[in-house]
Design a protein around this ligand. Structure first.
Ligand code: PEP
Ligand code: MG
Length: 738
């Protein structure tokens, strides 16, 4: 069958003719009355693109909506569906125009390329036939060849669909801004061009040779100085090495070569099969195993095709990075000068890559569902992160429209730059301190550029997250000294390490947790591993060289934890005195209010601290029991809602009573309308991403604090339902710039 396919592919005919021949060949070969090819269209429907056996009129006229019918089921599951009696299956969807009522058995396999289902290939018989395992295998191999034909433009009509211009993909804004540029795939696809082998023995040797080389590179990696030591890192690599010797995996690849595929096509086929099996499993063990195998397969593919990774590749000057997901360190690996925007299929607003993107001023859109299906390397793209939209291969009109938008944005920025040195004072003269959040040295210039009052939150864990091993004490000290030098007279609040939960250090051994957000993280880890916290305090106090130091503890749930942390600090202070170091002229200790339980300990908490800061990202996730990193739930609840404002009001009121400075440093501080509500409930200091300072300051300068305070007081006592709408109405009425 593969030989026949190759002959068809070599024909000097259009894509439609080739497709029509292919379905005839497959039907004959499989002894089936029907063979059809469905291709995924822009609207995610499956269109009948060619058929032998069904009504030819139905070609291009039958569309199955996403997930509809057995074809939709194959596409959704990305695996074969084999049924002797199709009509009995709950997913069966009868389309009279196809004339398929006379057929009983059905076998459908996904046509997929690099894990994306781009079509479905089916065969049907009049009898209640059960297709054998080998037949399913054979159809899968044909589907693979078809996938490459579609992707490499050999089938004009089908290809035209997935490459059509002018599509808009909607996601959510992770970091504001507008940009246009050209696509670079964060994980480049390795295209397999030659699928059908000329010489099976030669391919078997190529595969064996590549596996040999793969094993040698892993052995090399394991003997390298930095990983040769024992530890978690090494355990992971040892497991990885074991997979490279996995007999089942190697046997399956050899079997695929024996069917007539090239070595690279065999690797890709087994990779696709495994992916299809894992896709429907959520067991972490299986996923980890798959990730390892997937990575090994990619390495093998690169060896066999002679292609390298995107890492270190020459990037275009207007790179728009596209990825399924990305860690914060990975974004920083790229040359920042060249990154215009970032598009992710996953990624919530409070995810760390989003925070880093905002820090770098890189416009970013997240949750752009299926974007990897629609974009390829070098495609032109417009990213409108304000509207949360991606324009795929935009028309010249769209591009020029966006150039206007970029110009407008520049004008707005010029306006913010003008008020940069003016006070953040309301119309009735109330001063609001606007601080910025930071975590990396690249953030520091923003302090001057934005005119922020100081750094309200310095996320010290970022230095740890972007490193490949634990930063040494002297490295920590050096970083803190640079921060203190850069801020000059302005205050900076260093948050002690907030590791765990969604902030993972690849080199830190940690046991598997069912609920990492509720797990062994932040202050909990720090108190169990006091050396970690003491080293950090020591580095901070030494870096200060007599200057003031402000430290803040994350994820405190009980006041006793503050006492325990203070004892560690006191130990460090005694150590410094003993060794003759200059002590900071003042040490202020604060805590973050992120765990709801702390809200009912405020009267005991305030006397123990010099300041508090509300971490609304975590506080909201715990209040609503909605994982901030889970896209399905992260944005289900509105920060501008009665329960949130009620809690924040309580914190602000108690802080006033105890005369302890209070600030809020979660993402809500950076949204003008949310910041307006915070001023209304009495916050006089907030901390946000640098890019939010301008818009929030403009809002404050157009606001009357006593009016907004009255508004919030009334709204909270009336338990207003749609708080956001209510506040928007207020802003419109009083010309507040939100
Ligand atoms: C928060 O939780 O609101 C916060 C500021 O900390 P992080 O986002 O780093 O958890
Ligand atoms: Mg937090």
């Amino acid at each position: 069958m593969l030989r026949r396919l190759r002959e068809t592919m070599a024909l000097q005919e259009g894509g439609e003719v080739k497709l029509a021949r292919i379905v005839v060949d497959i039907a004959a070969n499989m002894v089936a009355e029907v063979c059809s090819i469905y291709v995924r269209r822009r609207d995610e429907s499956m269109e009948l693109a060619a058929t032998e056996g069904l009504n030819p009129e139905a070609v291009h006229n039958t569309h199955l909506a996403r997930g509809e019918g057995l074809v939709g089921l194959v596409a959704m599951r990305a695996e074969a569906v084999n049924l002797p009696e199709a009509r009995e299956h709950p997913s069966f969807s009868y389309r009279p125009e196809t004339g398929e009522e006379v057929f009983h058995s059905f076998l459908g396999v996904p046509i997929q390329r690099q894990g994306r289902v781009i079509g479905v290939l089916t065969v049907q018989n009049r009898t209640q036939r059960h297709y054998m395992e080998e037949e399913v295998e054979a159809l899968q191999i044909v589907a693979m060849v078809l996938a490459e034909m579609i992707a490499s433009d050999q089938l004009g009509s089908a290809q035209a669909v997935s490459r059509s211009a002018g599509q808009v993909v909607r996601g959510v804004s992770l970091s504001d801004g507008v940009a246009h540029g050209h696509v670079v795939l964060h994980v480049p696809r390795v295209a397999v061009d030659t699928l059908i082998a000329d010489d099976i023995e030669h391919e078997t040797r190529r595969l064996a040779d590549a596996i040999e080389r793969l094993r040698a590179t892993i052995d090399d990696m394991l003997s390298r100085g930095d990983v040769a030591r024992a530890g978690e890192h090494r355990d992971v690599l040892e497991a990885y090495r074991m997979f490279a010797h996995d007999r089942g995996w190697i046997r399956r690849m050899n079997e695929a070569v024996a069917t007539g595929l090239t070595a690279e096509a065999a690797v890709a086929k087994v990779q696709n099969d495994t992916r299809a099996r894992v896709v429907n499993h959520t067991a972490p063990f299986l996923r980890e195993r798959f990730n390892d195998l997937n990575d090994l397969s990619n390495r093998l593919l690169r060896m066999l095709t002679g292609r390298s990774t995107a890492v270190g590749e020459e990037l275009p000057d207007d790179t728009v990075l596209v990825a399924h997901s990305m860690g914060p360190a990975e974004l920083l690996d790229y040359d920042q000068e060249k990154i215009r925007a970032l598009i992710l299929e996953e990624g919530g607003h409070a995810s760390h890559v989003a925070i880093v993107a905002r820090a770098l001023g890189v416009p970013a859109v997240g949750q752009a569902d299926g974007i990897l299906n629609r974009l390829d390397t070098s495609d032109p793209v417009v990213v409108d992160a304000e509207a949360g939209e991606v324009h795929v291969r935009p028309s010249p009109d769209i591009v020029s429209g966006y150039k206007d938008k970029e110009r407008l944005k520049a004008q707005r920025e010029a306006r913010y730059a003008k008020i940069k040195n003016r006070a953040a004072r309301t119309k009735d003269g109330v001063e609001i301190e606007l601080h910025m959040n930071a975590g990396l040295l690249v953030d520091l210039p923003y302090l001057r550029e934005t005119g922020a009052a100081g750094i309200g939150l310095f996320r010290t864990e970022f230095q740890f997250m972007i490193a490949s091993t634990f930063p040494r004490p002297d490295e920590q000290q050096k970083m803190y000294a640079e921060v203190l030098d850069a801020v000059g007279d302005k205050p900076v609040v260093f948050r002690s390490l907030d590791i765990g939960g969604d902030k993972v250090l690849p080199y830190l051994r940690s046991s598997h947790e069912e609920n990492p957000a509720l797990g062994w993280r932040a202050i909990r880890m720090a108190l169990d591993r006091p050396a970690l916290l003491r080293t950090q305090f020591r580095a901070l106090m030494r870096a200060a060289q007599g200057r003031e130091v402000r430290v803040m503890l994350p994820m405190v749930s009980d006041v006793s934890e503050i006492q325990a942390a203070r004892e560690l600090i006191d130990k460090e202070v005694r150590h410094m005195v003993l060794h003759g170091y200059t002590l900071p002229k003042r040490l202020q200790l604060g805590v973050m209010i992120e765990v709801p339980a702390l809200v009912w300990q405020l009267d005991r908490l305030f006397p123990l601290v010099d300041f508090v800061s509300v971490g609304s990202n975590d506080l909201l996730q715990f209040l609503f029991a909605a994982d901030r990193t889970n896209l399905q739930v992260a944005q289900r609840f509105d920060p501008l809602s009665y329960p949130v404002l009620r809690v924040l009001d309580e914190i602000a009121r108690k802080a006033r009573e105890h005369e302890v400075p209070v600030t809020l440093c979660g993402e809500m501080a950076g949204s003008p309308i949310e910041a307006m509500a915070l001023v209304g409930i009495g916050f006089r200091s907030i901390s946000m991403a640098p890019s939010s300072i301008g818009p929030v300051k403009a809002m404050i300068r157009s606001l009357d604090s006593s009016t907004v305070e009255q508004l919030l007081k009334d709204a909270l006592s009336a338990e207003i339902d749609d708080m956001r709408k209510h506040l928007e109405g207020f802003a419109a009425k009083y010309d507040v710039e939100i």
